[in-house]
Design a protein around this ligand. Structure first.
Ligand code: NAD
Length: 478
């Protein structure tokens, strides 16, 4: 991939590539070699980027048809350049090739759905006549773009999660200043270049690269930004909420996803395969990764054996090879953290029944049993290829354990009892409950977002557009 070698991605401001004195090297997460650099945006650069976004937003109002065409054209270019974009993700994030290709495909669909939703933005009629004294009023709402949106994205799905912010923001008619994750910024910078190539007026999408505590913080402190859309860790999410005052925020944060396998599960093999493959997808670095698996005691031993059998089939190693299933974590530091959590759990009585070893930033897919709710592997977000399997005898207890979490993004339940499925859907305190599939299930058009410390606001283009527009009421006195 000569095209990403040694390139320096400056800030993209008003369509121009702005260099900086400070550069941050971006490494191949498997080999460690430097593949490109980003210019760290200063406070002044961020102010310029926001200023340009405001200027573009005020100067050129994009019609719905223009937004649709730009987003569709960008989707077509992503499709043409799919392989190059997928390799970019593999190298800068360590994601395995087949998953990187899936991520590009999903991101393309996110852009297409955003284009389609641009055409559906509408207010509602308000039946004021139902209130005494308002018989002669005609009322309706209209939706309008909030203005300039600050978008801050994480490393783990650097294309599709950025698409979930940029696609709806443009579809709704907003201008954006994007701060991609410093570990995986190249793909987001390429996305921005492609959007400009697709006809997005310069200034509608500006990119400021750099560390969160510096460039990200400057973005939070710019009062001209109307709304922030953030995906990342709960700690940074809380910081953003505190810093941005009464401005709008959407926060997509973490989870320690529970999955319940009841004794009446229709297909135990399928449940085990889904739990293992979705627990280890992207080396476990997904906010809805299967993490805690509650299995009814009557099928527990069988489930554990089946899970181990599936784990044995997974190939670990070089993410650029076609058949690799699990690559490195984003950094060796993160792999050491997860390994430490496994060791701590073992010291407290847990049993590693598969994996558990680390080689640099690669952590073997790991299955742990005999865990307790107080162990970090259970009560915190692991964000590594580690799943824990726990037995239960009473389904009410399984529901209670699943809910015993500071998080509430998504949960999975396997049962062939329709009433129990509906009961689970009501009892489980999560933004989404997936029946007969795992917590990791996500279709990009569905409303997606958590409760509790998993965040506020929804994504999915239709729902993100609602967040990214304001509603104005019009009353006509007839
Ligand atoms: P992170 O919070 O460390 O970083 C996310 C982004 O925030 C990066 O761009 C970073 O530079 C920026 N940032 C950091 N400090 C900042 C500050 N002080 N001001 C402004 N910006 C700042 O998260 P990460 O490690 O990249 O991603 C992993 C986390 O993201 C996990 O907790 C995971 O669950 C969560 N996540 C959630 C979802 C979801 O949709 N709910 C999806 C993917 C990941």
């Amino acid at each position: 991939m000569t095209q990403i070698l040694n390139k320096v991605y400056g800030s993209l401001i008003g369509g121009e590539n702005i260099p900086s004195e400070t550069q941050i090297p971006i490494t191949n997460k498997y080999t460690g070699e430097v593949i490109a650099s980003i210019a760290a945006a200063s406070r002044e650069d961020v102010e310029k980027a926001v200023g340009n976004a405001i200027k573009a937003f005020k100067k050129t109002k994009l019609t719905v048809q223009q937004r649709y065409e730009i987003l569709m054209k960008a989707a077509a270019i992503f499709k043409e350049r799919k392989e190059e974009l997928a390799i970019t993700i593999v190298r800068e994030s360590g994601k395995v090739l087949k998953e990187a290709r899936q991520e590009i495909d999903r991101g393309i669909q996110t852009f297409i759905a955003s284009a389609e939703e641009a055409k559906q933005i509408a207010g509602t009629g308000i039946p004021l006549a139902g209130q005494p004294g308002n018989e002669n009023k005609l009322s309706f709402t209209i939706r309008f773009p909030v203005g300039v949106i600050g978008a801050i994205t994480p490393f783990n799905f650097p294309f599709n999660l950025t698409a979930h912010k940029i696609g709806p923001a443009i579809a709704a008619g907003n201008a954006v200043v994007l701060k991609p994750a410093e570990a995986t910024p190249i793909i987001a910078n390429k996305m921005a270049e492609i959007l400009l190539e697709a006809g997005l007026p310069a200034g509608y999408l500006n990119v400021v690269n750099g560390f969160g505590k510096e460039t990200g913080q400057y973005l939070l402190e710019d009062k001209r930004i109307a709304m922030y859309t953030f995906t990342g860790s709960p700690a940074v999410g809380q910081h953003i909420k505190r810093t941005t005052g009464i401005r709008k925020v959407t926060l997509e944060l973490g989870n320690n996803s529970p999955n319940i396998i009841h004794k009446d599960v229709a297909d135990l093999d399928r449940a085990a395969e889904l739990c293992v493959t979705r627990g280890f997808y992207n080396a476990g670095q997904a906010c809805i990764s299967v993490q805690r698996i509650y299995v009814h005691e009557e099928i527990y031993d069988q489930f554990v054996q089946k899970a181990i059998a599936v784990a044995k089939t997974l190939k670990v190693g070089n993410p650029e090879l076609e058949d690799t299933d699990i690559g490195p974590l984003i950094s060796e530091k993160e792999a050491i953290r997860a390994e430490t959590w496994i060791r701590e759990a073992v010291e407290q009585g847990a049993t590693v029944v598969f994996g558990g070893n680390r080689d640099g930033s690669i952590l073997e897919p790991t299955i742990v049993t005999n865990v307790r709710p107080s162990m970090k592997l259970v009560c915190e977000e692991v964000f590594a290829p580690v799943i824990s399997i726990l037995a239960y005898s009473d389904i009410e207890d399984a529901f209670a354990q699943a809910n015993d979490s500071e998080y509430g993004l998504q949960a999975g339940v396997f049962t062939s009892d329709l009433s129990l499925a509906v009961k689970a859907a009501h009892i489980l305190d999560f933004g989404g409950v997936i029946i007969n599939n795992v917590s990791t299930y996500r279709a990009d058009i569905m409303p997606y977002g958590g409760i509790k410390n998993s965040g506020i606001g929804k994504e999915g283009p239709k729902y993100a557009i609602e967040e990214m527009t304001d509603e104005k009421i019009i009353v006509i006195d007839l």
